[in-house]
Design a protein. Structure first.
Length: 338
């Protein structure tokens, strides 16, 4: 696959941003998150990914974006990759990512993810990548009216998932056997925070607003334009017009609402690969990862958009519940629905 060309290039807090959204470019039909973050963003999560050598004329951030398009990044989906030269935006801020390993927790569902490309050498190139990451993080925090206490590490969300207690920074840096990330920034996390704070204090960052008014379209699918029932400037009006079996899409084609009453007791659903299974509607701890054919135990939506599933149609509705319910799965992980 040839080196990617961005759809738009802007500058945010001194960092060149190349926009190449996977919602617009998905030729290989890779799995994509579908949960809206519109109006729900609570912070920025910082990650590290390893430095890679790339061909002349490109940068590691472009290469990681290209690897994602080619389905070589497994199930990782982040908003930004940033290196010593620039950042590449992969997801709109209105769409959640897959990056925090906390399933339907706040890390995945409510934070903007930045992958900072560095190495253990911590040389001048690594430091420039880190500086660009700090500038970008500060700009995003400012854009959403958030302060330095809304800057998180990947490890923070692992500790929340594992029911650890502590302050934001204690959870940011507390040892977690699953993963310590961002691996190259964590050893000097306090200094990195000070750098982000200095950019927050430096003045107003340049925020690029959409040039066109947001319209919410009601369709069966984004690709099925003929099924459109209408386009609305008000999200609430779009939801009211959304019939069973239809969804509301933002201007980038992201699902922001689905009329979930289409789900019924005993309905067969195909669970997407690597889907988190939960023991209850409220927990953020993932029991295990599943995929394949299951059945809706009662078709009733629980908290966090989760449904109870079971392995056989004859188990649906049977008691005791604990004997027949496999667990809880968020509806946005349902693939082909029978």
């Amino acid at each position: 696959m040839a080196i990617l060309r961005p759809d738009a290039t802007t500058t945010l807090n001194g960092v060149k941003i190349n926009e190449y959204l996977l919602t617009k470019h998905n030729p290989n039909h890779i799995d994509m998150p579908s949960v809206s973050m519109a109006g729900k963003i609570i912070g920025v999560t910082v990650h590290n990914t390893d430095w890679i050598t790339v061909a002349s004329g490109t940068t590691p951030a472009e290469q990681y974006t290209r690897a994602t398009v080619n389905n070589n990044m497994k199930d990782v989906r982040v908003h930004y990759y940033v290196d010593n030269v620039c950042a590449w935006q992969n997801l709109p801020h209105s769409l959640s990512g897959w990056h925090a390993a906390d399933g339907s927790g706040n890390g995945n569902r409510r934070t903007i993810a930045i992958e900072c490309i560095m190495s253990s050498a911590y040389n001048s190139t690594d430091k420039k990548s880190e500086d660009n990451c700090a500038k970008l993080a500060a700009a995003l925090l400012k854009q959403y009216g958030l302060n330095i206490n809304h800057l998180y590490t990947h490890t923070h969300w692992l500790n929340v998932r594992d029911r650890r207690n502590g302050t934001v920074d204690q959870l940011n840096t507390m040892y977690n056997r699953y993963k310590m990330c961002p691996a190259y920034i964590l050893p000097h996390w306090a200094e990195f925070k000070k750098k982000v704070q200095s950019y927050l204090n430096a003045g107003t960052s340049t925020i690029f607003a959409p040039s066109t008014k947001q319209l919410y379209r009601v369709r069966k699918s984004w690709a099925d334009a003929k099924s459109q029932l209408g386009a609305y400037s008000s999200l609430e009006n779009a939801k009211k017009a959304c019939k069973v079996g239809y969804s509301v899409f933002d201007a980038n084609g992201n699902v922001v609402y689905t009329n979930g009453s289409k789900f019924t007791k005993g309905q067969k659903v195909l669970i997407r690969a690597n889907t988190p299974l939960f023991a209850s509607a409220e927990t953020t701890s993932v029991t295990r990862r599943i995929s394949g054919t299951y059945y809706l135990y009662d078709g009733i939506a629980c908290k966090n958009g989760r449904y109870r599933i079971t392995t056989k149609p004859e188990f649906c509705g049977k008691t005791p519940v604990g004997q027949y319910v496999t667990g809880y799965v968020s509806w946005d992980n349902f693939g082909v629905i029978g």
